[in-house]
Design a protein around this ligand. Structure first.
Ligand SMILES: *Cc1c(COP(=O)(O)O)cnc(C)c1O
Length: 367
């Protein structure tokens, strides 16, 4: 009997998530320096300075276990969102909320419907429970095909995931289309709406999940402090749902999953309006600049409601950019070999990307 025979087949057969490599590692591999990373949708301004200060102040207390109920953060956030405290579930990133949903609701043979391409963690957490992922292709504009998703629901469907705005396309669905979709869903299917990029959304008719949760129990929204608040490294995210669903997710949660520094950082970041305002400003300017400049080069981009842009830059461009010290995210794993996902950077980083793309084009033209 070898170890592999003891491993649960659905774990053995998983393809692990491929995170973007750390800059230091890539630079070492390629023998380059001074590269920029526009690959993981991190905040180019860095973390909220108030959050950093709060973590410094709390560092002397880390011999104490954290507050397992995240009482202070729960109160602040529930006030902010206009919901009850017991509607919130906190996790080490929104990723952990995904895990809690899977652990609580899924077993072998259960089905989960999600759009595709979408967040690469969905198939991993689903398959990790021995459940079956049912990917439904986005439409030709790379927007969720909600009609097709509703049709993909069967008696075995336990959860439907909608990533809105969608990673890696940046596209979003509006309130009317979403309401029709929700009406078509059976009540006993849990609807999980991943709103990791919620704070960046610019469209006016974005669906209001808090009111949807009040009308439709069995709905959960996922949010994170990793993106707009710049706290990806400290790992904190949350789910918003009805108190009953929250009570089941709480049973599956480890008591100290959110660490002390993460809780104080999140609270300070929520109050750092200046950092949020600057982040949104840098993001909008970056989207406008990159959309214009890439368009000029004949590179197609998709309208984005997030802090990244999907661009049809051409096959081989990911590697060519890498050699120039510009790290973006390849889309090969999604079968979109000629696309890359570009996280919006600081103005000078965006300019460097545009310059590198121009050089790659000129190099091709000369060849
Ligand atoms: C980044 C991201 C998350 C998870 O972020 P955490 O760092 O785990 O909070 C979840 N969903 C999507 C679509 C994301 O892009």
């Amino acid at each position: 009997m070898s170890l592999v025979d003891r491993i649960k087949p659905h774990i053995r057969d998983l393809a692990p998530y491929q995170p973007g490599k750390p800059i230091e590692e890539l630079e070492r591999e390629l023998g380059i320096r001074g590269s920029i990373k526009l690959a993981s949708n991190e905040n180019p301004l860095g973390p909220s300075p108030k959050a950093v200060e709060a973590m410094r102040a709390a560092a002397g207390d880390i011999h104490r276990y954290p507050d397992g109920a995240s009482f202070a953060l729960r109160r602040k956030l529930s006030d902010r969102l206009g919901i009850e405290g017991r509607q919130l579930v906190f996790g080490a990133g929104a990723d952990e909320i995904l895990e809690l949903i899977a652990k609580t609701l899924l077993g072998p043979g259960d089905e989960v419907v999600y759009g595709w391409p979408s967040f690469a963690m969905y198939p991993i957490v689903v398959k990790g429970m021995g459940a079956v992922g049912v990917p439904v292709a986005l439409d030709e504009r790379f927007v969720h095909d909600l009609d097709a998703m509703a049709k993909a629901v069967t008696e075995r469907t336990r959860v439907v995931m909608v990533c809105n705005p969608n990673n890696p396309t940046g596209t979003s669905v509006g309130a009317d289309a979403f309401a029709r979709f929700v009406d078509a869903l059976p009540d006993d299917v849990v609807l999980a709406i991943d709103e990791a990029y919620f704070e960046f959304v610019r469209r006016e008719d974005f669906p209001d999940v808090v009111s949807l949760i009040a009308r439709r129990p069995g709905t959960i929204a996922l949010r994170t402090f990793s993106k707009i608040y710049g706290l990806a490294g400290i790992r904190i995210g949350y789910g918003i749902c009805d108190p009953e669903l929250a009570s089941y997710l709480e049973r599956a949660r480890h008591p100290f999953n959110v660490n002390r520094l993460a809780e104080v950082a999140a609270m300070a970041a929520l109050d750092d309006e200046e950092h949020v305002r600057r982040t949104l400003e840098v993001n909008v300017r970056g989207i406008e600049y990159l959309t214009t400049e890439l368009g000029r080069m004949g590179i197609e981009t998709w309208p984005t409601d997030a802090n990244f842009l999907l661009a049809r830059a051409g096959a081989g461009v990911y590697d060519a950019l890498l050699r120039k010290g510009v790290i973006v995210r390849p889309m090969k794993g999604f079968g979109l070999d000629d696309h890359v996902r570009i996280s919006i950077g600081l103005p000078e980083e965006n300019e460097r990307l545009v310059k590198a793309l121009g050089e790659i084009r000129d190099g091709e033209a000369a060849a």
